[in-house]
Ligand binder design. Structure first.
Ligand code: S3P
Length: 426
């Protein structure tokens, strides 16, 4: 299916935002291996989170919905049971990679797979360090799903993480709960830190310094209520829209303002957008309200060390940069090539279809603005972030934009198009 969108005269209003995807996955996984019942409020109800829930259900965890909350009855650290079926992780990289770590140290075997996109994404990055802990993991063609995991006794390791991936970091910390001794992760650990913040919330002691994170076995998780903050990666679309549409303004409530997630906010600010924020809660995750007002934008350079805190917003940044004065250059974003689609190619293909010039590199892009965009047929590549980024582009593209397979937004933001319509003025 596809959706047709026309350019707008302005974009303004107030909205709340669905629960954070990363925190939602973790609240279900940690709840499932806790002692007791974890009450989760504002859980993101989307395709990816449903994939995690159905895998955990197949492993014995129980989920009950009451009004606006989900109750997760945990099985304790050692109480999961084998799934009768191969676990289907759908489109979700977080589900498959983090659960590799969870399943490696169980006393039973598991199979995991997912959709076509998941089957093209690299899994060795998680399997390799887990194998150093003794895990028995077989990958298809040595890097891909379907995956077979033969649960076994694990041994703690000291691992230097080469890829900046919070999913792999989480897999290792989860495996560390089951491994004898201490597991230490060092190297590229400066990614989203929800796991490090949430495990202590469930009573687990971890040791964290600027250069390493350690976890020691023999601990258990105690059920603890989680209020999932609004997803900053979803809020980013409205912030981007308000920044590029004439007289744009948006107010967003209850957004997670964890600094490992707000790189895009900082870049947008540097480009000249007016962003006001008010913090309403500090711990375990900083949360607040933000207000973004359109002002003229100037280009910026994004350096590789900024990418982990805005990795999912790099496609959207290209749309914003197409409207900024000067040349915006992004480097260090090679990970985008192995996301739900090759996001650097997807961005370039679709921006060119809208009449823009963009140069791509192995690890980023360069785009000079401001450029006039025109409506076009957009290939979403079945990638939620591409569909939403180009829905934002459609707001300023002359004429009609048609986004193919727009329903892929169900992965992270099911009501995206409803909110887009509500905040748009024809
Ligand atoms: C996520 C980590 C990131 C991010 C993904 C969610 C997580 O992936 O792109 O949307 O919840 O840990 P990587 O770990 O591959 O960087």
């Amino acid at each position: 299916m596809s959706i047709k969108l026309d350019n707008v005269s302005t974009f303004s209003g107030r909205t709340d935002i669905p629960g954070d995807k990363s925190v939602s996955h973790r609240s279900l996984i940690f709840g499932a291996i806790s002692d007791g019942t974890t009450e989760v409020t504002n859980l993101l109800d989307s395709g990816d989170v449903q994939s995690t829930e159905s895998c955990l259900r197949a492993l014995g965890a129980e989920f009950k919905r009451t009004q606006d909350r989900v109750l997760v009855t945990g099985r304790g650290l050692h109480g999961l049971h084998p799934s009768e079926e191969v676990l289907d992780c759908g489109n979700s990289g977080t589900t498959i990679r983090t659960m590799m770590g969870l399943l490696a140290g169980q006393s039973f075997s598991s199979g995991m797979t997912g959709d076509q996109s998941i089957q093209r994404r690299p899994m060795k990055r998680a399997a390799e360090p887990l194998r150093k802990m003794g895990a028995k993991i077989e990958l298809t063609r040595e890097d891909f799903a379907p995956i077979t995991i033969r649960g076994t006794n694990l041994v703690g390791v000291d691992y230097d993480l080469k890829v900046a991936s919070a999913q792999v970091k989480t897999a290792l910390l989860l495996a560390g709960l089951y491994a004898s001794g201490t597991t230490t992760v060092r190297g590229s650990i400066g990614t989203r830190d929800h796991t490090e913040r949430m495990l202590p919330h469930f009573g687990v002691r971890i040791r964290k310094t600027a250069s390493e994170i350690s976890i020691t076995s023999g601990q258990k998780l105690i059920a603890s209520p989680v209020r999932v903050p609004g997803d900053p990666s979803s809020a980013a679309f409205w912030m981007g829209a308000a920044s590029i549409v004439k007289d744009g303004m948006v107010e967003i409530e209850n957004v997670c303002l964890n600094p490992t997630r707000t790189g895009f906010f900082e870049v947008l600010r540097r480009m000249g957008a007016k962003i006001e924020q008010e913090i309403t809660c500090e711990s375990p995750e900083p949360i607040g309200n933000i207000r973004v007002t359109c002002q003229s934008l100037r280009a910026t350079e994004v350096s590789p060390d900024e990418i982990p805190s805005m990795v999912d917003e790099v496609p959207l940044l290209a749309i914003v940069a197409s409207q900024a004065e000067g040349t915006t250059i992004v480097h260090g974003a090679e990970e985008l090539r192995v996301k739900e689609s090759d996001r650097l190619e997807a961005v370039a293909t679709n921006l060119r279809a809208m009449g823009a010039r963009i140069e791509t590199f192995k690890d980023g892009y360069s785009i000079t603005g401001p450029q006039k965009l025109h409506g076009a047929v957009i290939n979403s590549f079945d990638d939620h972030r591409i569909a939403m980024s180009f829905a934002v582009a459609s707001l300023i593209a002359k004429g009609t934009t048609e986004i193919q397979n727009h329903e892929c937004v169900m992965i992270s933001y099911p009501r995206f198009f409803e909110v887009l319509r509500r905040l748009s003025r024809a």
